[in-house]
Design a protein around this ligand. Structure first.
Ligand code: SAM
Ligand code: CA
Length: 222
């Protein structure tokens, strides 16, 4: 018995996957293809993808945003949990990475639910606001360049409806956020956002030790 989260060694992690991961062949193939790329560590863990899909289903979400697509694993999970008329706005700067994503979205029959916006995500989010998208989204996932996390957070808060959910990835950043000897730009940006979130009365908050740390923020009413 313990009142803190269990530490997952390889054996327990493999057991967790064995008894709970329900991954489609297509999603597994996407992971295998991504695993051959040098940047493969950027992909979310499959159990996190399954968890996010459950959140989207629980909320009955229809309109979602993703910031940081890479080869498309998280977008595949989120879009797959939407109803047929649901929509995921997927933002990334990389045509090369998202070419892989688009191939899998199409094969999954989800390409009509996903709208890719190529370009710096801060600009794509600003465009969504200009188009009148404020307070209209149910769910957003932030998983792109860490130095812009605060900007993504502020833009997503405007885009989410009251009661909407924001999931922010890598908030434990391999543990470096808690290591005072580490002081690089990305770590500083995540630390600053974590502290800001703790005291931000605009949201309800929970930081889950899943994957590399996933912070959930529920937008409160004003
Ligand atoms: N969520 C993805 C998954 O499940 O595989 C992983 C996303 S990966 C950690 C980060 C992505 O952010 C990369 O694909 C990168 O091209 C993108 N990115 C980096 N800077 C960006 C920016 N300024 N605007 C939009 N996307 C950016
Ligand atoms: Ca991530």
């Amino acid at each position: 018995m313990s009142n803190r989260s269990i530490e997952l060694d390889d054996r327990v992690h493999s057991y967790l996957l064995d008894v709970s991961l329900r991954e489609s062949d297509l999603a597994r193939r996407l992971r295998e293809e991504t695993a051959r790329m040098p940047e493969h560590n950027m992909q979310i863990a499959p159990e996190q993808g399954q968890f996010m899909a459950m959140l989207v289903q629980l909320m009955g979400a229809r309109r979602c945003i993703e910031i940081g697509v890479f080869t498309g694993y998280s977008s595949l999970m989120v879009a797959g949990a939407l109803p047929p008329d649901g929509r995921l706005i997927a933002c990334d700067v990389s045509d090369e990475y998202t070419r892989v994503a688009r191939r899998y979205w199409k094969e999954a029959g989800l390409d009509d639910r996903i709208e890719l916006r190529l370009g710096p995500a801060l600009e794509s989010l600003e465009a969504l606001l200009q188009e009148g998208g404020g307070s209209s989204f149910d769910f957003a996932f932030i998983d792109a360049d860490k130095s812009n996390y605060d900007g993504y957070y502020e833009a997503c808060l405007q885009l989410l409806r009251t009661g909407g959910l924001l999931a922010i990835d890598n908030t434990l950043w391999h543990g470096t956020v808690a290591d005072p000897t580490v002081d690089d730009r990305d770590t500083r940006a995540i630390r600053a956002l974590n502290l800001k979130l703790r005291d931000d009365s605009r949201v309800d908050l929970s930081l889950l030790p899943i994957g590399d740390g996933l912070t959930l923020c529920r937008k409160r009413g004003s």
